[in-house]
Design a protein around this ligand. Structure first.
Ligand SMILES: Cc1cc2nc3c(=O)[nH]c(=O)nc-3n(C[C@H](O)[C@H](O)[C@H](O)COP(=O)(O)OP(=O)(O)OC[C@H]3O[C@@H](n4cnc5c(N)ncnc54)[C@H](O)[C@@H]3O)c2cc1C
Length: 405
């Protein structure tokens, strides 16, 4: 980058959400910079699968298709799931089947590295996008026309609008003093991949055990990705077990639903938190994805909501450009905030309630969830509505998520 470059939009953070926003702003008149501290070319992984995967909804898939990046994901590796089984230790179970909705599948499990690599395919050829890898912001100064951002190598850039897509602990959010509400769940997710004795049947499985939800998500070649939420001490202990000991505990916790766990990949753990930014926007600032909201992964919705943020913000900015309005004014940005904040809040609160209901062993709550699961399981209309939400088909969807480019 030369001494000082001028942009309309600078996106801070090039993870799944930031890179999607950049793609959604390609082909516009806007000059866009994307700043990501990780190098673009990551060293080839020595694990069979990325330990981090995401359940991608049909709405997110439509978005990726419209942006022309879905093919790259399919060419790399995606795993569709047709069914979902959710049950609790007491035995009540809900089964969702794509066939009931006349759909070929409910969604896909995709490795996070596959998503970002596909979003970056050909990004350098987009004339209006400028990517800066291996750098992060050091200092931020508000000017008359927007912002002056100094990177950690001393390079300077100017931008009219800054977008924080830099995750739950957002640097940009802190720089501009946007307050957050939230708490640690006192839970961490242990993640790995495993091979099981029985095939996963292209099904996403989730068992609520008393220490938290345990998910087996289908990958290719008969492997499953594991997300096991539990107290941090227990998570640490699980990560330190030998592969054989871990396989045995996992088989037990999952009630051997897929037979014995026969092979275990490396393990990692991630602390889980709930977070909601008080504001998504300020004059010249917008937050998207985990920088604006972070939730428990039990419903597999976090990144899907972030992708909808990216699509909605891109749509609002397009409209402002067409109408010759400022892209950075509060009037423009509040349209984005009004649109996404309430939609996200509904999902955040619902997921938080489910987490509390299932993470509590009080007899009254145990009765409530057992009864609730029994009732939902017998009510096809309620079940269909839940699954339509889980597939991302409900709410005020941006055009990209409706398949309109
Ligand atoms: C165990 C687990 C399982 C999950 N499973 C699912 C799932 O199945 N489905 C789902 O929808 N969601 C899931 N989620 C949630 C999902 O991972 C997050 O919502 C998603 O990663 C958010 O994407 P993001 O791009 O907003 O933020 P991040 O993924 O956190 O990316 C932020 C980016 O910003 C960069 N960055 C950080 N600091 C700076 C800085 N100072 N300057 C510039 N850049 C910076 C980082 O390098 C990174 O690339 C899961 C979460 C966990 C923990």
């Amino acid at each position: 980058m030369s001494e000082q470059q001028q942009f309309d939009v600078a996106i801070i953070g090039g993870g799944m959400v930031g890179a999607t926003l950049a793609r959604a702003l390609a082909h516009t008149r806007l000059r866009v910079a994307l700043i990501e501290p990780q190098p673009q070319e990551t060293a080839p992984s020595d694990t069979l699968f990325d330990l981090r995967v995401s359940a991608i909804t049909r709405a997110s898939q439509r978005m990726f298709e419209t942006l022309g990046v879905w093919e790259g994901m399919v060419a790399r590796r995606v795993s569709p799931f047709r069914e979902m089984h959710v049950w609790e230790a007491q035995g009540k179970e809900i089964h969702f089947d794509s066939a009931d909705l006349s759909e070929p599948y409910l969604g896909h499990i995709i490795e996070n590295s596959v998503i970002t690599a596909s979003l970056y395919d050909g990004i350098a050829q987009q004339a209006n996008l400028h990517c800066v890898f291996g750098r992060r912001g050091r200092e931020l100064v508000q000017t008359q026309n927007g912002w002056q951002l100094q990177l950690d190598n001393g390079a300077m850039l100017e931008a009219t609008l800054l977008v924080g897509a830099d995750g739950s602990r957002s640097w940009l959010r802190q720089q501009v003093n946007i307050a957050v509400r939230g708490w640690d769940y006192d839970h961490a997710a242990v993640v790995t991949y495993v091979k099981t004795e029985k095939p996963h049947q292209a099904t996403a499985w989730q068992r609520f055990v008393n220490k938290g939800p345990l998910a087996f998500l289908p990958l290719s070649d008969g492997y499953s990705s594991i997300v096991w939420s539990t107290q941090p001490d227990n998570a640490k202990r699980l990560c330190e077990l030998s592969s054989a000991e871990f396989a045995q505990e996992l088989t037990l916790a999952f009630a051997a639903r897929l037979g014995n766990v026969e092979e275990v990949g490396p393990r990692a753990m991630y602390p889980l938190r709930f977070l909601m930014a008080d504001q998504y926007v300020k004059e010249g600032i917008a937050l998207v994805g985990d920088a604006a909201h972070t939730m428990h992964p039990l419903a597999g919705q976090g990144v899907n909501l972030g992708l909808l943020d990216a699509a909605a913000l891109a749509e609002v900015l397009h409209a402002a450009v067409k109408a010759r309005r400022s892209i950075a004014s509060l009037q423009t940005l509040r349209r984005y905030e009004r649109w996404r904040r309430s939609e996200n809040l509904n999902m955040l609160v619902m997921v938080d309630q489910i987490q509390r209901l299932f993470g509590n062993e009080q007899p009254g709550l145990r009765w409530l969830r057992t009864t609730g699961m029994g009732i939902v399981g017998r009510m096809p209309i309620v079940k269909d509505e839940i699954i339509e939400h889980a597939m991302g088909n409900r709410g005020d969807l941006p055009a990209l998520a409706r398949g309109i480019g």
